[in-house]
Structures are given as structure tokens and as C-alpha cells.
Design a protein around this ligand. Structure first.
Ligand code: MLT
Length: 410
């Protein structure tokens, strides 16, 4: 008798974004005339920029000729891309990450879940609450949790509330934890962490022989020079942190797929008997065994963002989205919402200030304004009462959505 992985039965409803999609489709079927504006899932709307498209085309052309055709590439990614990342994203900021510590992949969503494979099952995982749901749901799938409890938490995970009171930076947990997922600029709250705050976590990880899984998918939205773009800007982090980055939001690759994970060679973990082992060979083995690399034209396109034209162009796209974030922040504040984030991140996190639960606000906005956002409670119990707007919509849609919200009756 074939048995299922019963951990899947512990999962709650559908994954957050397909669930939102399902509700929106149902609404549209019943209201085909409604012009629905989507600011739910953080999916980009602006096209790939000319320098990226040119490199993409060149990659395809090379594949069309026997003399430059490429079959399987290196599983870890082409060196030209890893070198560009190491130099531009890390060494230029004083972080001594080398090209061979970088693993190119098809997405940070996959990597932040898959990375759990190289860690033992007795580790205690800590997550921010609210949290990008992938970290929790993959922990459940992998059998690292108990059941879902009435309070909205899974047994066996340490949840670290991120609230307006603590500036959305969690307190160091009282219990000992081994794997800490941190995401900055944060999804969903759109808030950031400074060097001092991150240093506390790095010091905790060093003291407790823990590992930080640092999701920096939104780092390119940071404009404040005081805010670190990488955990490796913090002293000691190379010994205790893995970092995830993505071209999805940086350069419009949500449909093109390219990301990377950094596993420094100095990063250590332990066997059950306490013997120190580097994590690098484990991830190298996992990645080269289960993954055959991102396609050559896509990696060529990704490398183009590090050219002077590429840089200028993606900066303009990021500025376009951040102008949307500004409009969202200003309009929602005027409408009486408490507004957070959206200054160094593309997400604007709001509380309606009217005591409305997240999913009720979702329904109200969908039905009365035909505007879609993401209910904060979908990211965890501490998100209840909050709502996330994504600034990745078109500018016209953001302006129109805010006009519609002005007309709402509360
Ligand atoms: C989000 O809306 O939180 C993101 O787009 C989801 C993702 O990047 O997977």
C-alpha cells in the first residue's frame, strides 16, 4: 500500500496567492464587467529592459549556431554571471564573497524551501510573524512541525512577532533556536533592518551555533545608504548566514526565472556528536545532484543588469515602482490608514485603523472597489488587521485604485 506524506495534510487551505487568485476568479466570473485592479501578489508589470532583452536575444542566437551552441551548463551557474554577482553585489560593499560561493537557481522561493534539506530534523526553526508563507509551509511539508493549532501557529516552530511596537524587528527568542529565517527588506511589512539590528542576530547565531537564512530578494529597493543590502555587510555573518537573492523583483524576472543563493565556505554546522562541518559541500552536492542549471540565454540576460546600461535601466524601473509606493503611502495615510513600509521596499503594509479583520477588508475592497491586495493574516497571526499593497502594479492602476478607495463607505 503506497502511503502519502501525511505532513501535507497538516497544511492549511491553499497556498496564500493561489487562494487569492481563486477568490478573484470567482468574483470575476460573477461580475464579468468589473475592472479588477490587482495589487495582491508581488508580480512585476514592467517589461524586461532593452539591455537585458539584447543580451537575452544574443544568448538565443548563440544557441542557434553549432559553433556557439551550449548543452548542459555548469549546475552552479556560468562563471561570467557568478563573477559579476560577487564583484558588484558583494565585494563592492566590502563583503568578501567569492564567485564559487554563489549558486545560480531558478528562484528564491524554491531555494528558501529546498535549503532545509541540508539541515537535520532536530533543528528548531524560528520565523518572523507575519512571514513569507514559503518558509513555514515547506517546514510543514518536510515534517519539521507538529499540527496546526487553534491560535494560527504550527507546533514546533518558534514564531517571532513583528509588530508596529517593535518596529517589525523581532526580539531575540527566549528559547534556543537553530535556524532563523529573516527577510529584509521585509515581505510582507516592507520594513527594513539596520546594521545594529542585524548584528544582534549575527551575534546570537555565533553564540548559539545557529544559522540565519537571510532572504534579501528586495534589496535593490533600498535607497537609504545606512541600510545594509546584504547580511554579509555585518561582521561575522559569513560564518553563520546563507543569503538568498533574486532577479525577479530586481530586474523583472518573475516570468524569466533567475536567482541565486550564497553559501560561504566558512559557514559551519554540526553533526549529532558535535563535530563541525562546512555546509558548502552539502549544498553543492544537493544543487549539482537535483538541479541542471538555469538556461544560458537567461543567465546572459541576468548578467546584463551589471552593465552600465543595464544598471541605469533597472534603476529607472525600480524608481517607477517606488513612485507607486509613495503614492500608495500618501493616499492611504490621507484615507486614515496607518501606513508602514514602502520607503526602501516595494510593499506597503497598512492597518485600516477601523478594527476590520484582514480577510474582511480583502472582501470589502474586492467587492466595493474592485481592488485586490493581500490580507495580512495570510502571512501569520500577527498580520491580522493588516493588509499589504504591492507597488508592482502600473502607475495608472495605482492612481485609479486610490481614487476608488476614496469613495468607500466605512
Ligand atoms: C509576494 O507577493 O509575496 C511574492 O511575489 C511572492 C513570491 O515572490 O514568491
Amino acid at each position: 500500500m503506497v502511503q502519502i506524506n501525511e505532513n501535507y495534510l497538516k497544511l492549511q487551505a491553499g497556498y496564500l496567492f493561489p487562494e487569492i487568485g481563486r477568490r478573484v476568479r470567482e468574483f470575476q466570473q460573477k461580475n464579468p464587467q468589473a475592472d479588477v485592479i490587482k495589487m495582491g501578489i508581488g508580480d512585476v508589470t514592467q517589461p524586461l529592459t532593452p539591455a537585458i532583452v539584447k543580451a537575452f536575444h544574443e544568448g538565443v542566437d548563440e544557441m542557434s549556431k553549432a559553433s556557439s551552441f551550449k548543452g548542459y551548463g555548469p549546475e552552479q551557474g556560468y562563471e561570467f554571471l557568478r563573477e559579476a554577482i560577487a564583484k558588484n553585489d558583494y565585494q563592492s560593499r566590502g563583503a568578501s564573497i567569492q564567485a564559487d560561493e554563489i549558486f545560480i537557481s531558478d528562484g528564491s522561493k524554491c531555494d528558501t524551501g529546498n535549503i532545509q534539506e541540508i539541515f537535520g530534523y532536530k533543528n528548531v526553526i524560528a520565523v518572523q510573524d507575519p512571514v513569507y508563507p514559503v518558509y513555514v509551509d515547506t517546514s510543514v511539508m518536510n515534517g519539521r512541525t507538529g499540527n496546526f493549532m487553534g491560535n494560527g501557529y504550527y507546533e514546533g516552530i518558534v514564531y517571532m512577532p513583528c509588530t508596529a511596537e517593535n518596529g517589525f524587528i523581532p526580539e531575540i527568542p527566549k528559547e534556543k533556536v537553530d535556524i532563523i529565517y529573516l527577510c529584509y527588506p521585509n515581505n510582507p511589512t516592507g520594513t527594513t533592518a539596520g546594521k545594529e539590528e542585524l548584528k544582534k542576530w549575527v551575534d546570537y547565531a555565533i553564540r548559539n551555533k545557529a544559522v540565519i537564512l537571510y532572504d534579501a530578494a528586495y534589496e535593490s529597493y533600498i535607497s537609504d545608504p545606512a541600510i545594509p543590502h546584504s547580511i554579509y555587510e555585518i561582521e561575522g555573518a559569513c560564518k553563520v548566514a546563507i543569503e538568498f537573492r533574486s532577479f525577479s523583483k530586481t530586474a523583472g524576472f518573475t516570468g524569466t526565472r533567475c536567482a541565486f543563493t550564497v553559501v560561504p565556505k566558512d559557514l559551519m554546522a554540526y553533526t549529532a556528536d558535535g563535530t563541525e562541518k562546512p555546509l558548502y559541500p552539502l549544498w553543492f552536492r544537493r544543487h549539482t545532484t537535483k538541479f541542471n542549471g538555469v538556461s544560458y540565454p537567461v543567465q546572459k540576460a541576468a548578467a546584463a543588469i551589471y552593465t552600465p546600461e543595464g544598471r541605469k535601466e533597472i534603476r529607472a524601473t525600480i524608481d517607477y515602482y517606488m513612485n507607486n509606493a509613495r503614492i500608495l503611502r500618501e493616499s492611504l495615510s490621507k484615507l486614515g490608514f496607518q501606513v508602514f513600509g514602502g520607503k526602501n521596499a516595494p510593499y506597503v503594509w497598512v492597518n485600516s485603523g477601523r478594527g476590520i479583520k484582514s480577510w474582511d477588508l480583502f472582501d470589502k475592497l474586492l467587492h466595493e472597489a474592485n481592488v485586490v491586495g493581500t490580507p495580512g493574516s495570510g502571512f501569520g497571526p500577527s498580520g491580522e488587521g493588516y493588509f499589504r499593497f504591492s507597488s508592482f502594479a502600473t502607475n495608472e492602476n495605482v492612481v485609479e485604485a486610490m481614487e476608488r478607495l476614496k469613495l468607500l463607505k466605512w
